[in-house]
Ligand binder design. Structure first.
Ligand code: MEV
Length: 432
């Protein structure tokens, strides 16, 4: 275990890098160059990034792209997206343009409440516990006042606390199941602070008032937020779906079949929803939100009926094609990284400084648009045509193609099918 170390976090950044160089990177000068070339020349900006997490050695870049022409409830947006996958921003832009000419996206926030739970064990009489809870509930709320008072001034706070009996699942297991409104904050810190205060009060009072002890297991928010829900929709007459090379009626039919397959077939649903998350994660990341929380919550929602299923749905009724998404999204436009990260600030400016409800709607639209673009390709040309066109540049860069080589090869592949081997062959030919 010669590579084990204690006190690593206390070392200076350069000492951490030296230690990594000696123990893992074979003192390779090229590794050191990679680490240092990503440092920002502005020391203050670099320090800001260093301090976001522990043990920062350098910065990890992702491209920040923009997909313009998103008409959402009659307002036009250029949506910032941080993502590495080559075709995502292009696909979003295409879908935005397609729907720009067909009335744009209509969105609605359906609900905004979030959940947190104190999980505890108790082996006494349930009626006694239930009576105790009813008596102590106002004190739980009152003791949390130092945490809640500012949120309450803005119109949010604790909405309710219930005692939940979970003993049919685990012997002696109960919950304080609390509901919160956190307005423009994602709310994790607010909710967790409230819950920890509930647990403190609950335990202290139980010790005084109950014969059987209460053992707090943990207090934590839930990232499952089925009551923090947003809906986005596009619709048009079936005939309006005509595009350069598609027959509107056939396209609508195939599109609806593709959605129906994702509704009933989990293998397809996972990939279908992955495509939706391409759009959602990219905006969530660009706006400094917690994409892991969003991912976990959305996938749980996709399984809410017992089978993993599509997040989008489509119908044709009375000649009208309708395509929509309904997803839970706990997003913040204040707190967290929002004021700290300059690019997050820029993303917010680009979107006209949205509040969290507006951001929920924009993010849902990005997911719906991404799914529309994917299904449109899948059910017409196939996905690889557009995908490989976008990936072409990555292949060329992998082989260090020069600007002239790139130009020549891109022209060639405007009319030829892009595959990895075809690009390599063409590059060899050009180089010969
Ligand atoms: C690729 O990142 C996403 C797709 O596979 C989504 C889908 O199949 O719907 C194209």
């Amino acid at each position: 275990m010669s590579k084990a170390i204690s006190g690593f976090s206390k070392l200076h950044k350069s000492e951490k890098i030296d230690w990594l160089m000696q123990n893992y990177l074979f003192n390779s000068e090229s590794s050191k160059k990679i680490i240092t070339q990503y440092w920002n020349s502005d020391d203050k900006l670099q320090q800001l990034h260093d301090e976001f997490i522990e043990n920062t050695i350098t910065n990890y870049y992702l491209p920040l792209g923009v997909a313009p022409n998103f008409l959402i409830n009659n307002t036009l947006y250029a949506i910032p997206m941080a993502i590495e996958e080559s075709s995502v921003v292009a696909a979003a832009s295409k879908a935005a343009k397609f729907w720009l000419d067909r009335g744009g996206f209509k969105t609605e926030v359906l609900s905004t409440t979030k959940i947190g739970q104190v999980h505890f064990m108790y082996h006494g009489d349930f009626k006694t516990l239930s009576n105790f809870f009813d008596v102590i509930k106002p004190q739980l709320i009152a003791d949390a006042k130092p945490v809640t008072k500012n949120m309450e001034k803005r119109g949010g706070g604790i909405i309710g606390i219930e005692l939940r009996d979970k003993t049919s699942s685990i012997d002696g297991y109960y919950q304080l199941h609390a509901t919160f409104e956190t307005l423009d904050a994602m709310g994790a810190n607010f909710i967790n602070s409230c819950l920890e205060q509930f647990a403190k009060t609950f335990k202290a009072e139980a010790e005084k008032q109950l014969d059987s002890p209460i053992e707090i297991v943990m207090s934590i928010l839930s990232n499952y937020v089925p009551d923090c829900l947003v809906r986005a929709e596009v619709s048009c007459e079936v005939e309006e779906l005509t595009d350069s090379n598609i027959n509107a009626k056939e396209f609508a039919e195939k599109f609806i079949q593709a959605v129906a397959i994702a509704e009933v077939e989990p293998y397809r649903a996972v990939t279908h929803n992955k495509g939706i998350m391409n759009g959602i994660d990219a905006v969530v990341l660009a706006t400094g939100n917690d994409f892991r929380a969003v991912e976990a919550g959305i996938h749980a929602y996709a399984s809410r009926n017992g089978t993993y299923s599509s997040l989008t749905h489509a119908t044709v009724e009375d000649g009208i094609f309708k395509f929509w998404i309904e997803i839970p999204l706990a997003l913040g436009t204040v707190g967290g990284l929002t004021k700290l990260h300059p690019l997050v600030n820029l993303a917010s400016d680009l979107l006209g400084k949205p509040n969290s409800k507006e951001l929920m709607q924009i993010v849902a639209v990005a997911g719906l648009a991404q799914n529309f673009a994917a299904l449109k390709s899948l059910t017409t040309t196939g996905i690889q045509e557009g995908h490989m066109k976008m990936h072409l540049m990555n292949i060329l860069n992998q082989f260090n193609a020069s600007a002239t080589e790139k130009k020549q090869i891109i022209t060639h592949f405007k009319t030829n099918v892009v595959t990895h081997s075809a690009v390599v062959e063409k590059l060899e030919e050009v180089r010969r």
